[in-house]
Design a protein around this ligand. Structure first.
Ligand SMILES: [Mg+2]
Length: 213
């Protein structure tokens, strides 16, 4: 997550035409976002696409190589506490420090979905835009939050960090397929987690904190 982040709360537009836009005060917008995350609305909005995907997965003939790809930030783990602490923004150095603390909490609906997959012997892989310097902290954070069983955790390294997110994730999925996995679903909070080949069922979670393009 780097410079190409747009913070959604900066502008809230009501109406569709450019002549009909209402600009919200930034403090008001932040309060709306905070309320959304802290009132249970966020969890509710996560559960809908997950429940739909579970129904679709139950219709498939799965095997021992069936795999679901999870994104990490704002998917398996929530960075909401950090984002809120810094006043809903993004500072690269603080972000890196936060990741190294390994203190992000599991998103409950996503963790339940993970448990549901593990119970059914469906394999899990994590593909995250986090860089390899945070690999150990990320591994610890995942395990501490109960994501203990998975086949692989893939982070960015120096040779892949400049590739656009969607392209890089598609490349990594292709490598998994070449290893014999059958990707039956992908879950992520960004469309860049879900475009390109080898996605299977796409599970798009809400994210009102930032966009990665
Ligand atoms: Mg994410």
């Amino acid at each position: 997550m780097k410079k190409n982040i747009l913070f959604l709360f900066v502008l809230f537009f009501f109406g569709c035409s450019s002549q009909n836009q209402i600009l919200l005060n930034l403090d008001t917008a932040k309060k709306l976002v905070q309320n959304y995350y802290e009132s249970g609305e966020f969890d509710k909005e996560c559960s809908t696409p997950i429940e739909e995907a579970k129904k679709e997965l139950q219709k498939l003939k799965l095997n021992e190589k069936s795999l679901v790809v999870f994104d990490i930030d704002e998917t398996a783990l929530s960075n909401y506490n950090h984002t809120k602490e810094i006043g809903f923004g993004y500072v690269y150095s603080l972000w890196e420090e936060w990741l190294k603390k390994a203190d992000a909490k599991a998103i409950p609906e996503v963790k339940k979905f993970y448990d549901w997959l593990i119970e059914r012997n469906i394999k899990v892989a994590f593909i995250t835009g986090r860089n390899e310097e945070t690999y150990q902290a990320t591994l610890k954070n995942l395990k501490d939050q109960g994501y203990v069983k998975f086949d692989t955790l893939i982070t960015r390294n120096s040779s892949t960090k400049k590739i656009p997110a969607a392209e890089w994730k598609a490349q990594e999925r292709e490598k998994l397929v070449n290893k014999g996995y059958e990707i039956v679903a992908c879950i992520g909070d960004q469309w860049s987690d879900l475009v390109g080949g080898n996605t299977g069922i796409k599970i798009k979670l809400p994210n009102y904190l930032y966009i990665i393009e």
